[in-house]
Design a protein around this ligand. Structure first.
Ligand code: FES
Length: 373
C-alpha cells in the first residue's frame, strides 16, 4: 500500500511497512547510520540516524521508525546535526584517540562520521583505555574492545548470519560491554572463526590478526575473485600489496554470499605464497629413470637414490606418464578397473570434462566426486 510522506519538504510516495530510513534511501536521501546494516535486523541503538518528525517531541531513529500517512520528516536540520554530533562525541569520549595507528583507519565508519560532523573527543570519558588490547586468543580475529562503540552488529551478524551466538552484551550503562559467551574466550564460546563479526564491525574493535599491520586500505589493490575451496562459489576480494596477497575481504556485492565467508575462504589464503606450495607436477623417480616399478621398500643402505622419491617434472611429461599408465591398465585389465575421482574445487566445466574423459575416453562409469558440496 502506498503511503505519502514528506522528507525535507519533498513529497514522496513510499510503501507501508517501510522505515523512515528505507523510504529515504529508496529516494536517494542519505541518512547516516552506524548500528544499522541492511543485512541485519535493525536495533536502533546508536542514534546516528535520528531525524526530526513534525509533531513528535523527540528525535526518532530512522532505522526503526515506521512511516505513516502524512509524516513530515527533516533529515538534516540544525537540531538533527547537533544531536548526531553529540552522539559521536559521546562515542569518542570512550574511544582511543589513536586513528593514526589504528588498523582500520581509512575504512572506519566512526572516523568518517566524526570527520563529517567535525566531532571531537571531549575532555571527559575513559579515552578508550578500559580493556586489554588484543584480548582474545582466537588465531584469526583480533579483539580490542576499547574501540567498540556498542553498535551490536557483531552480535547480530553472529546470531543471524552464522547462527553461532558467540557474541552477547554484558553489564549495563557505562560498563556495558560486548563479550563472547558469558565473558569467556571466543573459541570456548563456540566461535568457528568465520570472521563475519569482523566484516560487519564498523570500527577497529574486531579486526584480522593474520594481516594486522600489513597495509593501510589505500595501499592495497582489491581483486574480486571466486573462492577456490568448495563448490559454493563465494566471491570475495583478495587484498594485494606489491603483487603479494596479504588478505581477504568480503565484498558486499558478492551475489552468492554477500559479506559472509567461512573460515577457509576468509583466512585460508596463506597457501598462496607458501614456500612449500607445489608449483610443478612431480613424478616418481623410477618412472623418470625408466626403470621397472621397484618391489617393496627402498633399501637405504645401498646409497642409491630412492626410486620412490618424487621428482619435479613438467606437465607434458607428467601427463604422458598418466596417459600411458591409464591405457596399459585399461588394455590389460579392462576399463572398469579404473575409477575417476573429481573435485569440488574444480569448476563445473572441469568436472564435465572429467566425466567425458571417464565415460568416453577410458570407457568406465566409475566416476565420483570428492565432496558433495
Ligand atoms: Fe539507526 Fe543506529 S543506525 S540507531
Amino acid at each position: 500500500m502506498a503511503i505519502n510522506i514528506t522528507i525535507n519538504g519533498k513529497q514522496i510516495e513510499a510503501q507501508a511497512g517501510q522505515t523512515v530510513l528505507q523510504a529515504a534511501q529508496q529516494n536517494g536521501i542519505e541518512i547516516p547510520t552506524l548500528c544499522y546494516h541492511k543485512d541485519l535486523s535493525p536495533s536502533g541503538n546508536c542514534r546516528m540516524c535520528v531525524v526530526e518528525v513534525k509533531g513528535l517531541r523527540f528525535l526518532q531513529a530512522a532505522c526503526v521508525a515506521p512511516i505513516y500517512e502524512g509524516m513530515e520528516i527533516q533529515t538534516r536540520n540544525d537540531k538533527v546535526v547537533a544531536d548526531r554530533k553529540m552522539t559521536l562525541e559521546m562515542m569518542l569520549a570512550n574511544h582511543p584517540q589513536d586513528c593514526i595507528t589504528c588498523e582500520v583507519s581509512g575504512e572506519c565508519e566512526l572516523q568518517d562520521l566524526a570527520y563529517e560532523y567535525k566531532a571531537q573527543a571531549p575532555y571527559w570519558g575513559s579515552k578508550g583505555t578500559r580493556y586489554p588490547v588484543n584480548s582474545d586468543p582466537n588465531p584469526f580475529i583480533r579483539v580490542d574492545m576499547n574501540r567498540c562503540i556498542l553498535c551490536r552488529r557483531c552480535v547480530s551478524a553472529c546470531a543471524e548470519i552464522q547462527v553461532r551466538n558467540v557474541w552477547g552484551v554484558a553489564h549495563r550503562g557505562f560498563d556495558e560491554q560486548i563479550v563472547a559467551g558469558a565473558g569467556i574466550n571466543m573459541l570456548e564460546a563456540r566461535c568457528e572463526s568465520c570472521g563475519q563479526c569482523v566484516a560487519y564491525c564498523p570500527t577497529g574493535a574486531l579486526s584480522n590478526k593474520m594481516n594486522y599491520g600489513a597495509a593501510r586500505a589505500h595501499q592495497v589493490k582489491r581483486v574480486t575473485t571466486t573462492c577456490s575451496y568448495c563448490g559454493v562459489g563465494c566471491n570475495f576480494d583478495l587484498l594485494v600489496k606489491k603483487d603479494k596477497v596479504i588478505g581477504v575481504a568480503s565484498n558486499a556485492n558478492a551475489s552468492v554470499n554477500g559479506l559472509a565467508l567461512c573460515v577457509k575462504g576468509r583466512y585460508g589464503y596463506d597457501y598462496i605464497h607458501h614456500p612449500e606450495r607445489l608449483t610443478a607436477p612431480k613424478v616418481r623417480r623410477y618412472l623418470v629413470d625408466g626403470t621397472v616399478k621397484p618391489k617393496g621398500h627402498h633399501d637405504v643402505t645401498t646409497g642409491q637414490p630412492n626410486p620412490w622419491d618424487w621428482v619435479e617434472s613438467d606437465w607434458d611429461t607428467a601427463l604422458s606418464f598418466v596417459a600411458k599408465k591409464l591405457k596399459n591398465t585399461r588394455d590389460t585389465f579392462g576399463p572398469d578397473t579404473i575409477g575417476v575421482l573429481t573435485s569440488a574445487k574444480c569448476t563445473n566445466e572441469e568436472n564435465y570434462v572429467m566425466n567425458k574423459l571417464a565415460r568416453q575416453v577410458i570407457g568406465t562409469n566409475n566416476i565420483d566426486h570428492c565432496a558433495r558440496l
